[in-house]
Design a protein. Structure first.
Length: 80
């Protein structure tokens, strides 16, 4: 398929057909790389730890640690 490169402000762009987007899994964010003399556009890869702290509530940890008392063995490791 041929496409026309169009002027978009100070940049240029190509319209990607909806069928290509659906089959490729591309969404709002993509990664672009130059490979030899081609432009490779691929979906952004999620990191293994993405979203770990999305629903994190620090107050729960504070409640648990409030009643914690260090043992003598643990206390000796620290220099006060």
């Amino acid at each position: 398929m041929k496409a026309t490169i169009r002027q978009i402000g100070n940049s240029k762009g190509v319209i990607i057909p909806a069928s290509f987007l659906a089959q490729s899994g591309l969404s709002n964010e993509v990664e672009m790389k130059l490979v030899d003399d081609s432009i490779l556009i691929s979906p952004v890869k999620k990191t293994p730890r993405a979203g770990w702290f999305t629903n994190y509530d620090a107050t729960q940890d504070q409640d648990v640690l409030q009643g914690y008392v260090a043992t003598d063995e643990e206390d000796s490791e620290w220099q006060w």
